[in-house]
Design a protein around this ligand. Structure first.
Ligand code: G
Ligand code: G
Ligand code: NA
Ligand code: MN
Length: 258
């Protein structure tokens, strides 16, 4: 069966679910927020990587069905946690370029928040740098609207799309996320990857200059963490701290870390 057709069936048959990866304070490892990531478990094929199906879903437009289901699932999960008295942290949901360009995207997000009884601060939106930097005027309008409603925005995969800094300055974003390729290329030792280390330092400096939080992705070892901390990056995510986890594990973590 074709992947595209299988995806459509998968949504009806509830084969998609979300996992959540903490974004932590690097010094303590404490979770400051979570990133929701979609997973697809096909009954015959097993896990299908989002790296495969998300680009296809964008291409075919299926993302316009899947994306809203992901947003709703994340918000519904926060609602359940709050109802049970779990001390929640904000959850960041990835919006693909196609969803972000869809007319009415802001209203759609506000409707889900209202229907699940959440505050704007319970949710964050991640869009990739390349999505943000195309159709810049529309990006500014949409992000300004979201920001006006109190919804925080992070720019994902930062450093991969050659942002115009002049545009970045005009975007009401809360954080930039250093693309994990720069962090993972440092492998064991930043000294062996001077270009990546320089790019990371430049992004951290840019964040400081523009007053944006900087979140490093893909931190897998303590050398990478310590390099980031030494250069003033205080927040990150990666396997060193936690893999993306199912909701039950997140709940346990939130309940047992003060
Ligand atoms: O979770 P993983 O690293 O396997 O994700 C692979 C790719 O799929 C990444 O680029 C990630 O941003 C994207 N992705 C994962 N979950 C979602 C999601 O819920 N929505 C969108 N639009 N992209 C996602
Ligand atoms: O493109 P995006 O940055 O949204 O991709 C996020 C993906 O990165 C998630 O699907 C997650 O599974 C993956 N990821 C998270 N932490 C690490 C890590 O430390 N190492 C690697 N290789 N991948 C990671
Ligand atoms: Na992301
Ligand atoms: Mn990312």
């Amino acid at each position: 069966m074709e992947l595209d057709q299988a995806m459509r069936q998968a949504l009806e048959q509830n084969e998609f679910h979300l996992v959540y990866q903490p974004r932590v304070e690097l010094v303590t490892g404490r979770a400051l927020s979570l990133e929701a990531l979609v997973r697809w478990r096909h009954p015959q094929w097993g896990m299908v990587s989002p790296g495969r199906f998300i680009p296809l879903a964008e291409e075919t437009g299926f993302i316009l069905s899947l994306g809203p289901a992901i947003l709703r699932e994340a918000c519904e999960q926060i609602r359940v946690w709050k109802a049970r008295g779990v001390p929640t942290v904000p959850v960041a949901v990835n919006l693909s370029a196609r969803e972000f360009r869809e007319p009415g995207v802001v209203e759609r997000i506000l409707t889900v928040l209202a229907e699940t009884g959440l505050d704007a601060g319970d949710l964050e939106i991640e869009i990739t740098e390349s999505a943000a930097m195309s159709s810049i005027d529309q990006t500014i309008r949409t992000l300004t609207e979201l920001h006006g409603h109190g919804i925080r925005i992070s720019i994902d995969d930062f450093g991969t799309a050659y942002s115009s800094l002049n545009y970045l300055k005009r975007l009401p974003v809360h954080a930039i996320k250093i693309d994990r390729s720069f962090v993972s290329d440092m492998e064991q030792d930043p000294a062996n990857h001077p270009e990546d280390a320089a790019i990371i330092r430049a992004i951290i400096g840019l964040g400081e200059t523009l007053g944006l939080k900087v979140i490093a992705e893909g931190i897998e070892n303590t050398l990478q963490r310590d390099f980031l901390l030494d250069h003033g990056c205080v927040q990150g995510q990666g396997y060193l701290f936690s893999r993306p986890m199912p909701a039950e594990e997140v709940e346990h973590m939130l309940l047992h870390s003060k």
